[in-house]
Design a protein around this ligand. Structure first.
Ligand SMILES: [Zn+2]
Length: 184
């Protein structure tokens, strides 16, 4: 961090910057906390006592904070996660934590979307999984082409969400379709 500070043209020994390297390390420990999380373990505790509930479970507008692996700057947006249970359900906070476990890493949005969907699919083995992410990439809004207000939308659909148009439509209606622009 001291090398980077010097590289910007600033003086790492001036008072305001003395503690900056240590602060950045602590911030990075939060930004990249996902590497210490095991998404499969998070999902492993599921419940079978659902009284036969077999309708769609949708968690929408999950705050998403990730980091572009090309520029190491934030990707800020929201994720919508749905699955169609086949006997097993999982606590909804676990779905949000799976989103965090994969997003608090260096990422590209396409891979992040697929990883969330695939891990839910592998562990819960539901009839289908859908993940939609809408996010603004600060490598695009604060540098390069400087396109503010642009958000990128990715989706990964598995099982019934991929094969059955009415299931996919129901999910897209529940999340209200991609709206507005993600902040960031
Ligand atoms: Zn980037």
């Amino acid at each position: 961090m001291r090398v980077l500070l010097r590289w910007t043209g600033d003086d790492p020994d001036r008072e305001g910057l003395l503690d900056t390297p240590a602060r950045v390390v602590r911030a990075y420990e939060e930004f990249f906390a996902g590497y210490a999380e095991d998404p499969v373990a998070l999902l492993a505790r599921s419940f079978e006592e659902t009284d036969g509930y077999d309708e769609m479970v949708v968690l929408r507008d999950i705050r998403l904070e990730s980091y572009c692996e090309h520029h190491m700057v934030p990707i800020i947006g929201r994720a919508h996660v749905a699955y169609l249970p086949a006997g097993r359900v999982v606590g909804i906070s676990k779905l949000a934590r799976v989103v965090d476990a994969y997003s608090k890493r260096l990422q590209i949005q396409e891979k992040l979307t697929a990883q969330i969907a695939n891990s839910i699919n592998d562990v819960l083995q539901p009839k289908g999984v859908a993940v939609v992410i809408e996010a603004a990439h600060q490598c695009m809004t604060t540098r390069g082409v400087h396109k503010h207000g642009v958000s990128m939308v990715t989706s990964h659909m598995l099982g019934a969400f991929r094969d059955d148009p009415s299931t996919r439509r129901e999910f897209l209606a529940m999340i209200g379709g991609p709206r507005g622009s993600a902040e960031g």
